[in-house]
Design a protein around this ligand. Structure first.
Ligand SMILES: Nc1nc2c(c(=O)[nH]1)N[C@H]1C(S)=C(S)[C@@H](COP(=O)(O)O)O[C@H]1N2
Ligand SMILES: [Mo]
Length: 518
């Protein structure tokens, strides 16, 4: 088309028939549906969801189809059955959204309702096939958002009465091409990321590390029902990170560089670490975002190489007081140099509870520092340690208003009874956990209905670096009761009653629970 023609086109807009607009709107719906499906599949792959929305819906269709029909289909289609089912699912979605979009002008609510119903179907399908997993839910939401945005962006020029036909069509095509391109890239990138993760998982499974079997120290567990187990099962261990999908790093590719204010720069490989021999120690990790009574805390046995040994070889220069840690995904944190060089077991950990670190927990190597909240110390997928000075570094969370030093605050938690429980009156066991990593818990006291403070029994722990279980049987009559608890650490410091929010450097206050005795 020449410039003259285009100028004429916009000067005297041709009137587009409602039928033509309807077809174009339907096409917009088909394109939006394709983009949404591509994005949701890409997100599901990247986040390694056990299933993708399309797979899950296809599988649900198969399961809901009467047996004889499935058998007949299998006989007729054989090996082609699965691709036919998947293609059928995709085509059905494209047609449905296309048809719904064709109503955009006359009944604008129709496309929205259809998108929500389809997304709801996808969500129900993925949730019925996987344990509720973030990846599955996010993939459906990403698909829904893509549908809505693409449909809107493509539909707008068609629905705008002012635009000339040729102009609006050109814009429609440009936008459609862009949407398809972007969604295609998301799908391909997601697939690639998921593939890398799968191969790293395979490498992880084949690894054999020189670690001893995990044995929970005798006396650590008080055996009270409902109290968090002293050793947190790996699958229940809290996971916190900023990475959308965890980095996929093969052990043989991993390197750690130690540099900055040091006499000698050092680079170590995974093999180097294994060859040094692994120390093993129980450490309870805690997140600064854990509210009073919260469960962003977990205890595991870590195997690794003490950071102080590597730092001693590098030789920190006088004046250095901090180490800037960086992960493979670019997350950073600043850690007091002293906490990494003193005699505590700050580790470059390779194993958690006797197995190579799970990818979510930092495979192949992470840092674990007893006594410091995770955000200033526990770098997962760590690749770089720069010895430096606090006045010269800045790090991810401290840039966002969180405290520079993050020592863990002495804390206790009541696990039983739970808030709102009803129990039989008489003797009631109140129990929970308490922690003051690297200082150690000296005592936990319990107060019932504002009465006298009573000493709880404590579990026996191997070091000051883990949490402690506590329990106490109290006598209560029928009615409403409130219990409060409070820990004292071995430095003589008693957990403060002052209520503070998690920001900037960790919550404080006494936990309390109300329950009913009958
Ligand atoms: N690379 C990286 N490491 C990280 C984080 C992160 O966002 N990225 N979060 C930190 C925070 S805030 C905490 S509390 C711990 C949590 O460790 P976990 O997920 O193994 O429990 O990891 C720390 N290490
Ligand atoms: Mo954290």
């Amino acid at each position: 088309m020449t410039t003259v023609e285009r100028a004429q086109g916009s000067a005297t807009p041709a009137v587009r028939g409602p039928r033509a607009t309807r077809w174009l709107l339907a096409l917009a719906g088909v394109v939006a549906a394709a983009c949404g499906l591509a994005v949701s599949e890409g997100v599901a792959w990247a986040l390694r969801s056990e299933t993708t929305p399309v797979d899950a819906v296809a599988a649900s269709v198969r399961d809901l189809t009467p047996g004889p029909v499935v058998e007949l289909a299998l006989r007729l289609l054989g090996e082609a059955g699965k691709p036919v089912l998947l293609t059928g699912t995709v085509v059905a979605v494209l047609l449905l959204v296309g048809y719904a979009a064709s109503w955009s002008q006359r009944a604008p609510a129709v496309p929205g309702v259809v998108l929500l119903v389809l997304a709801g179907t996808g969500l129900a399908a993925v949730l019925s096939r996987t344990a509720p997993a973030m990846g599955a839910v996010l993939s459906v939401l990403a698909g829904l958002a893509t549908w809505a945005v693409v449909l809107r962006v493509l539909g707008a020029p068609l629905l705008s009465p002012a635009a000339a036909v040729s102009e609006s069509r050109r814009r429609f095509l440009q936008r459609a091409a862009l949407a398809v391109l972007v969604s295609g890239v998301v799908a391909v990138a997601g697939r690639a990321a998921g593939g890398a993760r799968r191969s790293v998982e395979a490498a992880r499974r084949l690894l054999r590390l020189p670690v001893t079997p995990v044995v929970v120290p005798g006396g650590a567990s008080l055996g009270v029902d409902g109290v968090a187990p002293w050793r947190t099962p790996v699958d229940d261990f809290y996971v916190i990170h900023t990475a959308i999908a965890p980095p996929a790093i093969r052990p043989e590719e991993w390197r750690l560089r130690i540099h900055g204010m040091v006499e000698r720069e050092l680079t170590v490989s995974y093999e180097d670490l294994v060859a040094r021999g692994l120390s093993e120690t129980w450490v309870t990790l805690t997140c600064v975002s854990n509210p009073v009574g919260g469960d962003l805390v977990g205890n595991a046995r870590w195997s690794g190489v003490p950071v102080r040994e590597l730092l001693a070889e590098a030789g920190p220069l006088p004046g250095a007081d901090a180490v800037l840690q960086t992960s493979a995904d670019g997350w950073t944190c600043g850690t007091p140099l002293a906490a990494l060089t003193d005699d505590r077991d700050a580790l470059l950990a390779l194993a958690m509870d006797g197995e190579p670190l799970p990818v979510e927990h930092g495979f192949p190597v992470r840092v674990v520092v007893p006594g410091l909240y995770g955000y200033v110390s526990a770098t997962k997928w760590v690749v770089d340690l720069e010895v430096s000075r606090y006045d010269e570094i800045s790090a991810y969370w401290t840039d966002r208003g969180w405290g520079e030093k993050g020592p863990i605050k002495t804390m206790s938690r009541i696990d039983v009874p739970r808030d709102g429980d009803s129990v039989a009156s008489g003797s009631v066991t109140v129990a929970g956990v308490a922690w003051a990593q690297h200082t150690g818990i000296e005592a936990v006291e319990v107060q019932v209905d504002g009465g006298p403070w009573q000493q709880a029994r404590l579990g026996r722990v191997p070091s000051a670096d883990t949490w402690v279980q506590w329990a106490l049987a109290v006598d209560v009559g029928p009615g409403e009761h409130e219990v409060v608890c409070c820990a004292t650490d071995t430095s003589g410091e008693t957990q403060t009653a002052a209520v503070a929010d998690v920001l900037p450097d960790g919550a404080t206050g006494w936990p309390s629970v109300r329950f009913e005795a009958g």
